[in-house]
Design a binder for this molecule. Sequence first.
Ligand code: ADP
Length: 593
Amino acid sequence: MARRRLLWQLYPSYLLITLISVLAVSWYAVHELHKFHLDQTRLDLTARARLLEQYFIDKADILNDEPQVDLVCKEMGKASATRFTVILTDGRVIGDSEKPSDEMDNHSDRPEIRQAMLGKIGSEIRRSDTLQMDMMYLAIPHQVAEKELIVIRAAIPVVALAQALNIIYSKFALGGIIIALLAAVVCFFISRWISRPVEELKQGVIAFSKGELKNKIPIPDSEEIGALAEAINLMAEELDQRIKALAEQRNEQEAIFASMVEGVLAVDLNENILWMNRAAEKILELKSEEVKGRFVQEVIRNPDLQAFIRRSLSEEGVIEGDIALRENGDRFFQACSDKLRNAAGKSIGIVIVLNEVTRLYKLERVRRDFVANVSHELRTPITSIRGFAETLLEKGKQSPEEADKFITIIFKQVKRLNAIIEDLLALSRLEKQTDDHEVKLVEAKVKSVLLTARQLCELLATEKNIELKVDCPDGLQGRLSVDLLERAVANLIDNAIKYSENDSQILIEGVNEEKEIHINVKDQGCGIAKEHQSRIFERFYRVDKARSRKQGGTGLGLAIVKHTAQLHGGSVRVESTPGKGSIFTIILPKPEF
Ligand code: ADP
């Protein structure tokens, strides 16, 4: 239904009431005026008739002379612009101011005459047959003798009366129209005056509904509307405060969710995505805005997560599960879900928290691999020792030369076992020192470290006739753990010797870079293929197991180098071309003086 403005409801009502009032008052006034006018005319005619009657009283003889009566009527009528008629009881006209009386018909049937005959004043308005116009007649009885009565009748045309009334009517109509117009204007302003506060109230409430809660509604004078406006203003103020509090709360929550490293994802009961935080966007490589409201199975391709969401929706309580994302490198997550409930406590979906455990997972794998590797590395020499010891027991006494050979082998395997255990211990010490920040770094010359490391490897180098060349500025200093670094550089030189041909050269450099100190060990050996380069720093990783073992390697040397570099706050790197040689670099941060 079309709704009208209050103004256009009030205004027509006021106008109608005013117009009806003006019309009613006008009608009543005109009616009363008309009546008054007729009464006045009647009184006037009565007075005129009485004047003629007085004349007849004064000159009673005339009544016996009918032509004389007719003459008097004519003269008096002319003088007073009145039609006078004198009628006898039998209705015969003996005098008339307008016509010769003998030409006039019997008047006994005229209503005013009949009234007068009864002794009353009779009057009537009617059309005169004689004069052919509307007239007001007034007849009075005049007692001539005890039983003799004549009727004196005075009449005037009512045309004048009608004309006078018409003028009054048109004046009333004009006045009515002016009053109506004035009333229309006044009514409009009154209606507007009444409806304006309501209109302002409406505008204010519309503004509030659009969120403009700061502008207050003006308080009008009207008690009821004023109280309403005050109540609405108060409501808006409270609403504003609550919205602010809610917004603050939401911002805080958003900030918390945004800064969380865990991915948080909400899904409704129909498996449509409701919301996700920034971390979840990154993990799932999705944009929250783009996937909001979309079907989970359509957006999230990972089968683990799809299955987890289904399970969480169908089962009650907190659900936990493991999820592997393999799309972009292996990433592992621990997922935990619970029901999402609305204010009434009704379940409306689920909320899932994805906690990345890739590092833990990988560490666990490294630990498992490490235990397996250590067991394997230790088992090989132990099996060998056991076998030769048994053989020694059985056959040793028979052949002392054989026994010597077996003991040599056993001794070699024991040395190997010792080397592995030494390296493992060294590594675990390094790790502990790194974790506990135990190691004291001291100001030391890099060149002396390199020279000591060379010294440690000289014997092996001489065996293979390999030249070990040291090139380092004398003044190059760093904050170092001298013993550990000597061991690490010695490991690199040791490797370089092991994996180089006889009669080659190894260059040990200390380089003063802008922000770092580089220790390079360059050889001209067999080199390392690209696919192995990233893995050789792992424990027990070897490119060629047989060759390494033959050389007496434990597979832990580079792991020790890596940990030593990390303990100094640095790193290691390798550049290598198979068949040409390798450059191993320990990168150390430069001390700030
Ligand atoms: P290992 O005791 O076997 O030498 P490392 O941890 O020191 O163990 O080295 C790991 C692997 O890296 C070695 O088995 C070898 O295959 C490769 N490697 C290390 N240094 C060199 C080098 N200078 N030239 C070629 N290969 C090397």
